[in-house]
Design a protein around this ligand. Structure first.
Ligand code: NAP
Ligand code: ZN
Ligand code: ZN
Length: 349
């Protein structure tokens, strides 16, 4: 076994603290990765605190991983030692079901192996995430990273990037459309960048008036404060598409009313409480509500290549791992600009 160090929570009330554990020995298609950076996703908080009632402990969170290949199994041909490499939210899937064949491994019918708080395909070995020095991942679930990029700013693309890129692509967001993004955090800021890059007119809905200037710099054309109901109502029936990235409980009906006839709202945020849906908002204008979960491996690579080509990177605040508990508290106050990224060299200090 390979010794690894990281930060873990031991139960839902616990703070993250140093943790030693083991990674598996390399199988023929495996890669040993030295983790350089790991982004901090709100899903890490939801799961560390068992907010989705699906947590296993000890848990090493982290699924926005950029690192360097340290060692490869005998049959690895996609990567060589020294290459840069990315790992996102998944590390394996059954590879045989319809979803796996379609390249949407996140929906694997037997259950994908997520990067942490999940099990390998043997259904019994727990997975541990990226708040750690090393990880072992099969090459099929490893992504290529262009060496010219600022690696710390690439890391959050592995979740925040793909989770927003995928639905915007799926629903063909493009020039001439009026698109709304709800919430300006890790996902929201990438949604603005992608929707702007795809040519849409982008409106941010935020609860934080102080984020207005930043939103405009990130590519938004307009910022609406969601508590200002009078101004919100002036936009009724005007949006083609709205992407909701909010982590906390909130009223989705407020946004449904803003969609045109046949407009689409896609939810990617996962608040703890079920959303209340006023069905009249769907019925009287043939509107649609959908959801989206990260993206498949091929689409994640496509997104990374798109970002490299168009120089799209995340806006981040780099932190040493020792500040992770503080970062969680700040995210819970919506005080994040716009993704915390852990510099993993701090683990050695
Ligand atoms: P984040 O960085 O903490 O940002 C969330 C933003 O939502 C906040 O900055 C705030 O923006 C807004 N917000 C928070 N609580 C709110 C409330 N009660 N009412 C209204 N607005 C609120 O979080 P994130 O990492 O972007 O993740 C967002 C959500 O997506 C989480 O639930 C996460 O688990 C989920 N997620 C889903 C997927 C997927 O595949 N579907 C993947 C990754 C993450 P303002 O200050 O602008 O209002
Ligand atoms: Zn995530
Ligand atoms: Zn499958």
């Amino acid at each position: 076994m390979i010794k690894a160090h990281g930060y873990a929570v031991k139960n839902s009330k616990d703070q993250l603290s140093p943790f030693q554990f083991e990674r598996r020995e390399l199988k023929v298609h495996d890669i040993l990765i030295e983790i350089l950076y790991c982004g901090v996703c709100h899903s890490d908080i939801h799961q560390a605190r068992n907010e989705w009632s699906s947590s296993n402990y000890p848990m090493v969170p982290g699924h926005e991983i950029v690192g360097r290949v340290k060692q490869i199994g005998s049959k690895v041909n996609k990567f060589k030692v020294g290459d840069l490499i990315g790992v996102g939210c998944m590390v394996d899937s059954c590879r045989a079901c319809e979803c796996c064949h379609e390249g949407v491994e996140q929906f694997c019918e037997k259950g994908a192996s997520f990067t942490y708080n999940s099990f390998e395909q043997d259904q019994k070995t727990p997975t541990y995430g990226g708040y750690s020095d090393f990880i072992v991942v099969d090459e099929k679930f490893s992504l290529k990273i262009a060496p010219s990029l600022d690696l710390a700013r690439v890391a959050p693309l592995l979740c925040a990037g793909i989770t927003t890129y995928s639905p915007l692509r799926q629903w063909n967001v493009s020039k001439g459309q009026k698109v709304g993004v709800v919430g300006l955090g890790g996902l929201g800021h990438m949604a603005i960048k992608f929707a702007h890059s795809f040519g849409a007119h982008v409106t941010l809905f935020t609860t934080s008036p102080s984020k207005r200037t930043d939103a405009l710099k990130l590519g938004a054309d307009e910022v609406l404060i969601s508590k200002d109901l009078e101004t919100m109502a002036k936009h009724n029936k005007s949006f083609d598409f709205i992407l909701d990235t909010v982590s906390g409980n909130h009223d989705i009906n407020l946004y449904l009313q803003l969609l045109k006839r046949k407009g689409v709202m896609v939810l990617v945020g996962v608040p703890t409480e079920p959303a209340q849906l006023n069905v009249g908002n769907l019925i009287f204008a043939q509107r649609k509500v959908s959801g989206s979960l990260i993206g498949g491996v091929a689409e994640t690579q496509e997104m990374l290549d798109y970002c490299a080509k168009h120089n799209i990177l995340c806006d981040i605040e780099q932190i040493p791992i020792q500040k992770i508990n503080e970062a969680y508290e700040r995210m819970l106050k919506s005080d994040v600009k716009y993704r915390f990224v852990i510099d993993m060299s701090s683990l050695k200090k």
